[in-house]
Ligand binder design. Sequence first.
Ligand code: CP
Length: 306
Amino acid sequence: MKLHHVIEAQQFNLESLHHLFDAAQYMEQVVAHGGTTEFQKRIMAALFYEPSTRTRFSFETAMHRLGGRVISTENAAEFSSVAKGETLEDTVQILNGYADVIVIRHYEVGAAKRASAISRVPIINAGDGAGQHPTQALLDLYTIRKEIGGIDGLKIAMVGDLAQGRTVRSLTYLLSKYQDIKIYFVAPTLLKMKEDILEHLRERNIWYVEETDLDKVLPEVDVVYQTRIQKERFGDRISDYEKCRGVYVINSHTLSLMKEKSIVMHPLPRLDEISMEVDKDPRAAYFRQAQNGLYVRMALLSMVFS
Ligand code: CP
C-alpha cells in the first residue's frame, strides 16, 4: 500500500491500519536479521523543533535498518536557519531538494499540515504542539494488538494531561474506527479531553465517560494509558501545573486494582506518574511499546517509499 503525507490519525482506515500492522510485523523479522539494504538510495530529513528521544531516534534507526541515510537537526529552532528567521515553508522547500521524506516535529498545531501543503516529498508529522502525534498512535495501537490480541471490544483508560496531550487525541481517532470500544477519560478538571474529540466520539456512537477517580476505573479496563502532565505547555500558568502534577500515579497499589491480563502503557518520557516499582511487573508494557515504534516507523517509511 502506498502512503504519501502522514499528518493525522483520521487519514487511516481499517484496511490501511491492518496493512501497516502486517508490514510492522514483517519489519520485526527484518530487524532480527540485521536489516535490509532495500532503501539504500533514500534519504530521510529529520527536522525537529521540539525535544525528542524516542521519535527521532526510532525514525533514524528505522531509516538505517532499511538501508537508507539520514540528515538531521535535533534543535531546528537553534541549529538551522530558522534561528535567522527562515520560515517553515522555506525550510521545507529547501529540504525538498535534498531528501526523499521529511519527518517534522514542531511546537505549533498544524505545522506538519502547512509543510505538506507546499512539499512534493512526503511529510511525516512527528508531533505538532498539542495537535496530533499520528505515528505514536499507530505504534500504540500495534502494541495493544500485540499485547492484548485484538482491539475490538477494548476498554481503555486514558489518564493525565488529556487537554494538551497529542498522543491521546490521535489514539482516540484510531480507536474510534473499531467495534465496541469503551474509553474512560481520567483527568483533573483543568486537563479534560477537548470537546472536538468528544464530539467525534458521539458522532460515531463510541462509548466514553469522563472521570476524575482513577481507582474507580482500574478494575474495568484492559489498558491504562498513562500520560505526563506537560509542564512545557502551561506557559506561565505554573499554579495550574502545580495543582495537576502528581494527581495520578501508577504504583503497586494501582497495579493491585488492575486486571491480571491488563497492561500499562505510556508514550514516555515519564516523570513520577509511573513509579519505578511498576517496571518489573509483566503488565508494564511501556518499554515494549517504545520498541514497537521502530517496527511501525520502518513499515511507514517503506510504504512511503514504495
Ligand atoms: N513518545 C514520544 O513522542 O517521545 P519523544 O518525545 O521522546 O519523541
